[in-house]
Design a protein around this ligand. Sequence first.
Ligand code: NAD
Length: 476
Amino acid sequence: MDHFQHYIGGAFSDGAARFDSVDPATGQVWATMPEARAEDVNAAVDAAEAAFYCAEWASMTATARGKLLYRLADLLADNAARLAELETRDTGKIIRETSAQIAYVAEYYRYYAGLADKIEGAHLPIDKPDMDVWLRREPIGVVAAVVPWNSQLFLSAVKIGPALAAGCTMVVKASEEGPAPMLEFARIFDQAGFPPGVLNVITGFGPECGSVLTRHPKIDHVAFTGGPETARHVVRNSAENLASTSLELGGKSPFIVFEDADIESAVNAQISGIFAASGQSCVAGSRLVVSNKIKSAFLARLKEKAQVIAIGAPDDMATEVGPLCTKRQCETAQDLVDASVAVGAELVVGGQALDREGFYFPPTILDCSNAPDAPCLTNEFFGPVLSVTGFDTEAEALAIANDTAFGLASGVFTKDLTRAHRMIRGIRAGIVWVNTYRAVSPIAPFGGHGLSGHGREGGMQAALDYTKVKAVWLRT
Ligand code: NAD
């Protein structure tokens, strides 16, 4: 059985306890993981605090920090195959997605490597001739990053990259579901040459390890990605020390298709928009809002495509939809589909968990045109389930799109650019993709509002968010 370890203060350790990790494709235990209890969390935070004040890190130039991040990016690219393999094994995410994602994870580190020495302060032209006043941008301090199991290498990169570029130190808590890629990442990080303790990687269960970490008095900032309910715990925990937070939470993103859209392109974008990562993605385009003028034709084409999606073993390059990460995830998807059908949603395709080993749920489409109260329209599924609503007018499309407590992503498909601009202005979400879906870049900020959280990852702003400003007054 594979054996993974924590990374604390530049050393590897087994953790106060251990737990088993299950392969979602088989339902069988395949590896043993360290489980952080309070003593491990405290050791990791102490190591991060010591590293923050150690001369080697505190006086390292920004350019030198950038060079270390470049080295890390190169090491990740060299080890891409192993990392992708482990993420697939431990979370069930298909190998073609984990392999592609590792390539852009390395790009995010390169982007923040380049930004490290471009985080600038400012000189203030105050109205006093004998005073020189300027702002220094200093690292915010010791950061706790808590990540979910889906896309952990990516969701940690958008925290580790800017935080280390800014000069912070960190404790990253990998999800207890599928921590293997993060623990392997720590082995690779160790070779990049950062001073010990600058980054510490632990894993363990939310209510114990996550809680102790996020309420730790030495933590200055908590960067959290996960569900809104967990976020409430995290905010309450961090409030004890008044630590700042950034929250990247869930979504129920509308995918709006007007009658003049390029139908084939919209169908393809909708298929990958909802079924990529088996729907376990915060930006999944999980609510199709489609013009009634094309609804039947559009659904017919979607059904055709959904029916031929290759469902299979996640480590097979031919597989397009793999298992869900956990048995619980599969059961939740089934419950939500059943509850939606019970209130009038019509099954277009799929809808029944597969009767085979592992946690497989097929691509599913539910037409909710006659079921406005179907829970699938409001609850985040985190499964391959698309809910559909038709509309007659642009105003109706916008109202349906905004009828959600989330506000993360959205898609608009139309050839009418003036209409596209009206939709861009009207949609309440952190991201609007027009005639495309799921496009990402390290340069573009990513995040939402409402139940989707606050703060942005990606871009220069994310690096600035890991700094605090010091005003300096010098009488001359
Ligand atoms: P989750 O909220 O259950 O867990 C996320 C992390 O929080 C895990 O590491 C978990 O151990 C930890 N945690 C749990 N309880 C805790 C507590 N009391 N204190 C501190 N930490 C605690 O989420 P999940 O099921 O692993 O992931 C799915 C969720 O993540 C979905 O809602 C999804 O939309 C969201 N997500 C958001 C983004 C984004 O960028 N906006 C990206 C991916 C996933």
